[in-house]
Design a binder for this molecule. Structure first.
Ligand SMILES: *[C@@H]1O[C@H](CO)[C@@H](O)[C@H](O)[C@H]1NC(C)=O
Ligand SMILES: *[C@@H]1O[C@H](CO)[C@@H](O)[C@H](O)[C@H]1NC(C)=O
Ligand SMILES: *[C@@H]1O[C@H](CO)[C@@H](O)[C@H](O)[C@H]1NC(C)=O
Ligand SMILES: *[C@@H]1O[C@H](CO)[C@@H](O)[C@H](O)[C@H]1NC(C)=O
Length: 360
């Protein structure tokens, strides 16, 4: 990383982001938009508690998850405190949308936004199959389809369409297709496909999925790229000296670059669509490489003791590090609250302010 090409690329995408988001939200920096409705899709990085309602092994409803969340109780968030989405919502002056499975079909709440994200979920249906139940991205889209029908029953078809057109959609998916699928030696996909083939499968599936969301009325979509998965603690332990896995990071960058191209293509092909690719990779990598530049200290291992077999989640009642604000990673997969604050701040300033250009 840090090559001239990627820096220029980074700048270009930031400029695109600024232009598109001005279009999206049309507001000046820091102005609260309490009428903004957001629908969130994705995996454990975005989940706020859907898996508590499922028979899933990908769950975080036990101590010390949530120890730094308001109330100090586990909520189903896969971190010690807030997710990036929680922090961005609060910067926008809106409530972080509740888990889809916690809201019944006749509640007015569903007009204010919902979160469909589910730990273990992937672009591919069978990703994360060893967690038993989870809402795959296809399941999440089908759930949104149900939500839309419920909204239609409440406010009528035309108003429901307008509502869905005006809402904002945040999508962060794909990490599990690597960590809990392609990179698992005992699963078929890593053996059956070359990375090139696997990438084609991911991208063609993702294209259909984003198109379905569009058909359901989504127009303003923020699609998050993947972080440097080769540097998460559960991957580092596979190297001889605890370094980042270069090959994995290269694959992730290939994925990100194809997703960015896909968003450009869909913007051309789907009338009135505004898909925005949010490239989180360089920001996360910088936080991992220079934690002290952000007031953190440790980025090569997790704060809690983790289960090394699958998932890399904290062991129930595991020991936790002395100072949770010093660690980039809470468990072997998920950033800590302290890291999420840094990442949300960076993402927010690229998403929602028009000036000045952030430094690379
Ligand atoms: C994935 O699951 C969804 C429903 O959950 C189904 O509609 C779709 O056909 C499945 N895709 C594949 C490739 O099996
Ligand atoms: C929404 O669900 C209905 C069935 O209830 C199905 O016919 C339709 O194809 C779905 N739409 C999308 C875009 O998935
Ligand atoms: C993390 O980095 C520190 C300092 O560079 C080193 O002492 C420690 O052994 C590393 N831990 C792991 C798990 O690699
Ligand atoms: C914990 O770490 C944070 C960030 O490095 C630091 O600001 C804080 O003073 C530390 N707290 C204690 C009790 O050492």
């Amino acid at each position: 990383m840090g090559s001239m090409g990627s820096i220029i690329n980074g700048f270009a995408s930031i400029i695109v982001i600024i232009v598109v988001v001005m279009l999206f939200v049309g507001f000046k920096a820091c102005e609260a938009r309490s009428d903004l409705v957001t629908y969130v899709f994705g995996d454990s990085l975005n989940e706020v508690g859907n898996n508590n309602f499922l028979n899933s092994l990908a769950r975080s409803d036990y101590p010390w998850y949530g120890v730094d969340y308001n109330g100090g109780q586990p909520t189903g968030r896969f971190t010690n405190g807030r997710t990036i989405g929680d922090i961005i919502s609060s910067k926008l002056g809106i409530e972080s949308p509740p888990p889809y499975l916690s809201v019944s079909k006749d509640e007015d709440k569903l007009l204010k936004g919902l979160n469909y994200a589910s730990g273990g979920a992937g672009i591919l249906n069978h990703t994360g199959l060893y967690f038993i139940q989870r809402l795959s991205f296809d399941d999440q889209i089908q759930s949104f389809n149900q939500t839309k029908k419920a909204i239609e029953r409440k406010i009528g078809k035309e108003a429901a369409n307008k509502h869905c057109n005006e809402a904002m959609y945040f999508i962060g998916i794909g990490s599990n297709d690597y960590v809990n699928n392609f990179l698992q030696p005992f699963l078929a996909d890593g053996q059956q496909y070359t990375h090139e083939e696997f990438l084609d499968l991911l991208l063609s599936t993702f294209e259909q999925q984003l198109t379905r969301l569009y058909q359901l009325g989504a127009r303003k979509l923020v699609v998050h790229g993947l972080g440097p998965l080769g540097c998460i603690p559960s991957q580092r332990v596979k190297s001889r000296k605890g370094q980042c896995l270069k090959r994995v990071n290269q694959w992730v960058q290939d994925f990100n670059s194809k997703v960015q191209t896909l968003t450009t293509t869909l913007n051309k092909n789907l009338p009135n669509s505004h898909l925005l690719f949010a490239d989180t990779y360089p920001v996360v990598l910088d936080l991992i490489t220079n934690p002290s530049a952000y007031g953190l200290k440790v980025s090569n291992t997790s704060c809690c003791n983790v289960d090394r077999s699958i998932g890399g989640l904290c062991l129930p009642n595991s020991k936790v590090c002395k100072n949770r604000s010093e660690y980039v990673f809470w468990d072997a997969f998920h950033p800590s609250d302290a890291a999420n604050v840094v990442l949300a701040h960076k993402l927010f300033s690229t998403l929602f302010t028009s000036s000045p250009l952030p430094s690379p």
